[in-house]
Design a protein around this ligand. Structure first.
Ligand code: GBH
Length: 444
């Protein structure tokens, strides 16, 4: 049994577009993702989360379920176009949904952690140029102010934006994310810069309107771990973690793009002003990092940066998406490097895995693969805590099976199974495992 620190936050995470459904209810507007899903061929099996898990209608049930599991905090995001279906036109019912959700959580003794933006952009902003426009970042800041005022003292924790590279570069580098346009490298770096600014504007807005709240990003810096632990390899992996994330995470933590990065890019570097870099560097209280896997490196004095990557073997264990390569030490090194490089307290803002879970003849789902995956990453996070690296909490991705973006509903990421025909929730073995860990405040 590996004890976690007192008051450790055992959380669960979801995102609006992936679990809410109710996308055509009560005046909700169009979003970039909904619009993208409507085009045949964009999403596996042409799945579309118009109803999906339907947390929009079943949130009370989900809150009760979390309470039974002992979950202490719920990380969820806001569907911006549910609240503002047209520019500057408020949909009271959309706003009320989130206020009711927050009230239900507080009543159940579960702390709400609100993610301001998790990828679903109002379609009217997408049409106006989306993340190619700096104005989109400013508008997200205004939206954050509005929401922080609406929530008042009830919400004490905010994540600004989720995974900048995914909603910026992901939409413009040939990946299957809206608007699915391919741009030259220089423009992609500019779009990422606007994503960095979005985090900055939101951080500024939250500071001004919710001074009582703790805030930080939920980003996905690529973590590099030493292939084995020697002082040289650990230092090399730390340098790699800083340099490989130069265009986004490092720029946010340091308030400037590393010189090596700007030199390497030359004419492809993003255009920016000092004023913008100040906004991007708005001080925050913590860093959330989403972590599923990592790359390996060794120290190599011959290489620029002093590190060399070691490729993962073709058969390196993975869960049922090939990118989900199991590297449990990623939680330990992620927390350690973010603290040592930038002095930040961390949350693991997402960790979990997909499996092809099926209900057996006894009505049970024995997802031992997920259980072992979670145990590995949690054990390594416990090591960080035992070494007094400041880690405040862990958000398991995900509470429910849900809509996995371009992969549709096929990959099941939940510790709770969802039958999409009946919307029935069935906790898996991993949910009972997580509940047992929470009860003992330890990794079991
Ligand atoms: C997170 O993103 C998201 O925040 C969350 O919404 C999502 O459901 C969850 O993780 C699980 O995926 O080109 O095939 O190698 C994860 C981010 C996942 C980034 C997969 C890049 C590479 C896919 N990423 N990925 S592939």
């Amino acid at each position: 049994m590996y004890a976690m620190p007192e008051n450790f936050i055992w959380g669960a995470a979801t995102a609006a577009f992936q679990v809410e459904g109710g996308l055509e209810c009560d005046g909700a507007g169009e979003s970039s993702w909904l619009n993208f899903c409507r085009v045949k061929g964009n999403i596996k099996n042409d799945d579309i989360p118009t109803t999906g898990c339907d947390q929009y209608h079943l949130y009370r049930e989900d809150v009760a379920l979390m309470k039974r599991l002992g979950i202490k905090a719920y990380r969820f995001s806001l569907n911006w176009s549910r609240i503002f279906p047209r520019e500057n036109v408020l949909n009271e019912k959309g706003l009320a949904y989130y206020q009711n959700l927050v009230d239900a959580l507080l009543e159940a003794g579960i702390e709400p952690y609100v993610t301001i933006f998790h990828w679903d952009l109002p379609q009217y902003l997408e049409d106006a140029g989306g993340w190619r426009k700096k104005e989109t970042a400013q508008k997200l800041g205004d939206f954050a102010s509005f929401m922080a005022k609406a929530f008042g003292n009830k919400v004490k924790h905010y994540f600004t934006v989720n995974e900048i590279s995914m909603f910026t570069a992901g939409g413009y580098n040939g990946s299957k994310h809206p608007p699915c346009i391919k741009l030259p490298d220089k423009d992609i770096y500019q779009v990422i810069h606007h994503g960095n600014l979005a985090h900055g504007y939101v951080a500024q807005a939250l500071r001004a309107t919710a001074p009582h709240a703790e805030i930080g990003i939920a980003n996905n810096p690529g973590i590099t771990v030493p292939v084995w632990e020697t002082p040289e390899n650990v230092e090399a992996a730390k340098r790699a973690t800083r340099l490989e994330n130069a265009c986004c995470h490092t720029a946010i933590e340091e308030g400037r793009y590393p010189d090596e990065f700007l030199e390497k890019l030359g004419a492809d570097a993003p255009c920016f002003t000092d004023e913008e870099m100040k906004i991007i560097a708005t001080p925050t209280d913590f860093t959330g990092f989403n972590v599923y896997t990592a790359r390996y490196c060794v120290a190599d004095a011959e290489m620029p940066g002093g590190y060399r990557f070691i490729d993962r073997a073709a058969e390196h264990p993975y869960m049922n998406l090939t990118w989900l390569r199991q590297v449990p030490s990623a939680t330990y090194y992620g927390a350690k490097f973010i603290y040592e490089l930038w002095g930040k307290t961390t949350y693991v803002s997402e960790n979990g895995c997909a499996a092809d879970d099926k209900i057996d003849g006894n009505g049970e789902i024995n997802d031992t693969g997920r259980l072992e995956y979670l145990r590995g990453y949690l054990t390594s996070l416990q090591r960080a805590c035992a070494e007094k690296i400041p880690v405040k909490g862990y958000f398991l991705w995900s509470l429910l099976d849900n809509f996995e973006w371009m992969q549709g509903f096929a990959p099941r990421f939940g510790i709770v199974h969802v039958d999409y025909a009946t919307r029935q929730r069935t906790p898996k073995l991993s949910a009972r495992y997580y509940a047992a860990c929470i009860r003992r405040n330890a990794v079991l």
